[in-house]
Design a protein around this ligand. Structure first.
Ligand SMILES: [Zn+2]
Length: 196
């Protein structure tokens, strides 16, 4: 995954936060507000972040213990992602080693670790040596600055384009008006659909 390094190198220093012009509706995250999220919301926000980065992303629902939090795809390649919003402690190399183990077990292209806090120096070094992408709180703020927590249904098929859920929709007009189909819940951001 060669573009990963480009993304990292292009990070700009933290911008001053701009109040949203209409005083509402816009999302303005702080590290404190991200850390206050429950794990499911944090996972959902992280999933949305990866979709905006161009990945097909699905929450695995494997929970906070064991397993992985997000499965990512681009073409035929897959990545795995862990999402942790620990309040106080730094992520150590042990967690990054575990991620590497999951990457190997799933024969993934690589792995991401998303944390609302910081990593220890050994964690950074181990991650870099093994081609894993570590996203810390500061970078996370940059990446989610304009995102809101999506409230997607827990059921329904996955969108073939982005990995979010699909819901039953009906064609609005034309010859097929009223015909029902599966449409991506992220419409209009995503126009993925499937026949019912
Ligand atoms: Zn979609």
């Amino acid at each position: 995954m060669s573009d990963r390094h480009t993304v990292r190198d292009n990070i700009s220093p933290a911008r001053p936060r701009q109040p949203h012009p209409d005083g509402g509706g816009g999302t303005s995250w702080s590290l404190a507000s991200i850390r206050a999220l429950d794990w499911r919301s944090f996972e959902a926000l992280s999933g949305e972040m990866f979709r905006r980065m161009g990945y097909w992303a699905a929450e695995t629902g494997e929970g906070p213990d064991g397993g992985i939090d997000l499965l990512l795809r681009r073409g035929r390649k897959i990545w795995v992602a862990q999402c942790k919003r620990w309040r106080s402690r730094q992520v150590g190399s042990g967690e990054i080693r575990e991620l590497l183990g999951v990457v190997a077990a799933r024969q993934a292209e690589g792995g991401f670790f998303v944390a609302s806090g910081r990593y220890t120096r050994p964690a950074w070094i181990f991650g870099r040596q093994n081609g894993l992408e570590l996203i810390d709180g500061r970078r996370l703020l940059e990446l989610v600055s304009h995102l809101e927590i999506p409230h997607y249904p827990a059921e329904g098929p996955r969108c073939p384009r982005c990995g979010a859920r699909m819901a039953v929709r009906a064609v609005r007009g034309g010859e097929r008006a009223g015909t029902e189909f599966w449409g991506c819940v992220r419409f209009p951001a995503c126009r993925g659909s499937r026949t019912l």
